[in-house]
Design a protein around this ligand. Structure first.
Ligand SMILES: NC(=O)C1=CN([C@@H]2O[C@H](COP(=O)(O)OP(=O)(O)OC[C@H]3O[C@@H](n4cnc5c(N)ncnc54)[C@H](OP(=O)(O)O)[C@@H]3O)[C@@H](O)[C@H]2O)C=CC1
Ligand SMILES: O=C1CO[C@H](CO)[C@@H](O)[C@@H]1O
Length: 338
């Protein structure tokens, strides 16, 4: 590593990833890092045996029995925070204070205030903080951004999207437990909200209705929003019933229909207002597609940058403000773990 601007470090050797937590998404992400040939040097778990088993699965040289040991590992440049969102603030700050860069699973935190705390520490330390909203970095999304920018759709007026799944109803599961940030909105609804924000810009007016489950966490939410410039989005999310999981971008000349599952690598077509199909996109992605956000983070670090161009941290914070607004309308509040 060599120093660039004060407080900023530009890697010249392979960038070394450390995985914080050994749950479901930590496995999926690590598999994709390996598929892409990236370097994972360490994993940390609250349970030493879990760290050892995870390290054995993926040939990772260092297995740490605590997150503190992981972030202190001198052979780690960037920590992937894969704990429940209730703990992202604590674990991201732990890593940043140890001098590491961080890629933080979605939702980046429980609320906007927590995200601001991460931003301030990352800025003070000159480190990259990036939300792992992996969908933004997928190849089909890059093509969609091009089609919008080159005017193929005309004026974009509407985004319609759902993220609906049938997920466990166990009250202790992180999807339902308020102390783990449970709720469909932060787990699933954040995808269409972030997508609508990417396409239409900031939400300026938000109306939300929803249903809460037995634990008080939201299970079904419908959101109607006005964006800068007056375009509208219509979003549905549910952790109780699986719907189409498609997304649609509607312009005055044409629309894009993204096939299910729209937030994963998938296909889409562009159809003109008269029904003519203008483009059919079929992607070919290895693995689940989580490597693209990691490759983007590595590129930023090599360029000595500490913020994502595709999802600046300020936008993650603004999206958290919007989700705070939605939760306020639904009456969902989280107990803080600290
Ligand atoms: N990008 C995507 O597609 C997905 C993203 N996610 C996001 O990833 C995060 C983790 O989700 P997921 O992997 O499904 O969750 P899991 O419950 O499968 O795993 C979470 C892990 O976090 C660690 N952890 C730390 N503190 C706690 C705690 N108090 N309670 C429970 N676990 C704790 C544990 O690891 P250990 O015991 O090793 O310390 C645990 O295995 C969430 O923020 C979620 O939104 C989830 C699924 C898909
Ligand atoms: O991001 C996610 C994608 O879908 C998962 C379910 O399959 C969610 O639980 C998760 O958090």
């Amino acid at each position: 590593m060599t120093d660039n601007a004060p407080g900023t470090t530009v890697p010249t050797a392979p960038i070394r990833w450390g995985i914080l937590a050994t749950g479901g998404i930590a496995h999926a992400f690590t598999k994709d890092l390996r598929t892409a040939g990236l370097t994972v040097t360490a994993v940390g778990s609250r349970r030493p045996e879990s760290a050892r088993a995870f390290a054995a699965d993926y040939d990772i040289p260092h297995a740490h029995g605590s997150y503190e040991e992981l972030v202190a590992d001198p052979d780690v440049d960037i920590v992937y925070v894969a704990s429940p969102h209730s703990h992202h603030r604590e674990h991201a700050i732990l890593a940043l204070e140890a001098g590491k860069h961080v890629l933080i699973e979605k939702a980046v935190t429980l609320d906007a205030d927590e995200a601001i705390a991460i931003r301030d520490i990352a800025a003070g330390r000159g480190r990259l903080a990036m939300e792992a909203m992996w969908t933004r970095y997928l190849p089909h999304m890059a093509r969609i951004r091009e089609l919008i920018a080159d005017g193929t759709l005309g004026e974009v007026r509407t985004v319609i999207a759902d993220h609906t799944q049938s997920l466990p109803t166990d009250p202790a599961h992180r999807l339902n437990a308020l102390e783990l940030g449970g709720g469909a909105l932060l787990d699933l609804g954040i995808y269409p909200v972030s997508f609508a924000w990417d396409v239409l810009g900031p939400m300026t007016e938000i109306r939300a209705v929803g249903r809460l489950g037995d634990t008080g966490a939201d299970t079904e939410v419908a959101i109607a929003a006005v964006h800068t410039g007056g375009a509208l989005s219509s979003i549905a999310t549910s952790s109780r019933a699986a719907g189409p999981n498609t997304a649609h971008v509607v312009g005055t000349n044409a629309r894009i229909d993204i096939d299910r599952v729209w937030y994963e690598p998938t296909s889409f077509r562009v159809t003109a207002t008269d029904g003519t199909v203008i483009e059919e996109y079929r992607g070919d992605v290895d693995g689940r597609g989580m490597q693209f956000q990691a490759l983007a983070a590595e590129r930023l670090l090599r360029e000595g940058r500490t913020d994502s161009d595709l999802l600046p941290f300020a936008e993650s914070i603004a999206i958290m403000h919007a989700l705070d607004d939605v939760r306020g309308q639904l009456g969902v509040t989280y107990p803080k773990v600290r």
